[in-house]
Design a protein around this ligand. Structure first.
Ligand code: KIV
Ligand code: ZN
Length: 389
């Protein structure tokens, strides 16, 4: 069976950077964009050009260094936004304008203070205007997650008729359940005239911790692009995390999906974004967290030392991590202690291990973790005292 190619649309520099405290300067954005291209993403959403002169310049500079990857600029369904986005993308080899408008009743009534019919008109007009600048126009239906499917299909149909090349279905508030989001994508696939000519995209937020699950449900039901960010950074609880969806597609071969991502660069990307934004990655973050390949309980350590796959479904090397880590704590067993002792040059006999292990437990109970220096000291002092003989 031929795998279905899923496009990865990275919005770290737009939806990710929109987070308070995550602001990047142009130089940092350009560096990240370069690395995103090396990572193999299909689209870089470089910014929201009308929002500030700084963002405009960043998008402009990114278009000058990115070679093959599509560079995208966000806009509202407002002529000036679209014009400014087009201007910032003028030198891009492959420009895309991303324009759209809120479609849920709550957005239509309270935020936009208009009617459903007017939204359809504005959506079509925005796409048509964007098409006067670039061929590749993506339309987003903001809060599509909470938009009634029948009406959503009508909005999207108008966008396709106006020339949209990509339809983005954001679960802006992270509200949907995976089954519900999957059904929405399926409904749209089956009910929007002309949808087979365009790319259908997921864009999920993580308010209920479901962004990754919803994105996967989306591609299982006919979407072919996932919008995501490095480390899942983004508004409120964040966006779909790039490294998670990419590794799900890689590890779950039966899904029959593939991407263009060089997964060996995932850890490097994670650190680059985290360092530049000054936002640490939570230690238990899937794929890129400091503990993603660390084992601290005796039972797990014994298994991993005998065969890594007993407790790891991903080879750390595949995501750019050197090794699995055995952490010495008061929960560690003899197997881990012997293994770590060997790493620092001590091949312990069974009798030595028995004695050292008891001393190790006393030390480990006092500390969160026994590091290499402390372990070496423990071994040196006790073996010098004659345990070895
Ligand atoms: O979450 C959202 O709806 C968005 C759109 C602007 C695409 O980020
Ligand atoms: Zn978003």
């Amino acid at each position: 069976m031929i795998n279905k190619r899923i496009h990865i649309f990275d919005t770290t520099l737009r939806d990710g950077e929109q987070v308070p405290g995550c602001k990047l300067n142009t130089e940092q954005k350009v560096e990240i964009a370069k690395e995103l291209e090396r990572l193999g993403v299909d689209v870089i959403e470089a910014g929201f050009p009308v929002s500030s002169l700084g963002d405009f310049k960043s998008v402009q500079e990114i278009t000058q260094i990115v070679q093959e990857t599509i560079v995208c600029g966000l806009s509202r369904a407002v002529e000036n936004d679209i014009k400014v986005a087009a201007e910032s993308l003028r030198h891009a080899r492959r420009p895309r304008i991303h324009t759209g408008i809120g479609t849920s009743d709550i957005h239509v009534k309270y935020k936009l203070r208009t009617t459903r019919e007017k939204i359809i008109e504005r959506a079509a007009a925005a796409v048509k205007y964007a098409k006067s600048f670039v061929e590749d126009v993506e339309f987003y239906a903001e809060d599509a997650g909470r938009t009634e499917n029948e009406y959503l299909a009508r909005v999207l149909e108008a966008a396709v008729a106006a020339g949209a090349t990509v339809l983005n279905i954001p679960d802006t508030t992270g509200y949907c359940l995976p089954e519900e989001y999957g059904k929405k994508i399926k409904y749209l696939r089956e009910n929007v005239k002309g949808i087979h000519k365009v790319i259908l995209s997921t864009h999920c937020h993580n308010d209920l911790g479901l962004a990754t699950a919803n994105s996967i449900a989306g591609i299982q039901n006919g979407a072919t692009q996932i919008e995501c960010t490095i480390n899942g950074i983004g508004e409120r609880a964040g966006n779909t995390s790039l490294e998670e969806v990419v590794m799900i597609m890689r590890q779950q071969a039966s899904l029959n999906f593939e991407t263009n991502i060089n997964t060996k660069l995932l850890n490097h990307m994670s650190r680059l974004v985290s360092d530049n934004m000054g936002v640490p990655v939570q230690p238990n973050k899937a794929i890129v967290g400091a503990n993603a390949f660390a084992h601290s309980s005796g039972i797990h350590q014994d298994g991993v030392i005998k065969k890594r796959e007993t407790y790891e479904i991903i080879n750390p090397a595949d995501v750019g991590v050197d090794n699995s880590i055995i952490v010495l704590t008061a929960r560690s067993g003899r197997a881990a202690l012997a293994y770590k002792a060997k790493q620092v040059g001590y091949d312990l006999t069974k009798a030595e291990l028995d004695v050292i292990y008891q001393k190790f437990l006393i030390l480990a109970d006092r500390k969160k973790e026994v590091n290499k220096i402390e372990l070496t000291h423990l071994l040196e002092t006790n073996l010098r005292k004659g345990l070895r003989a």
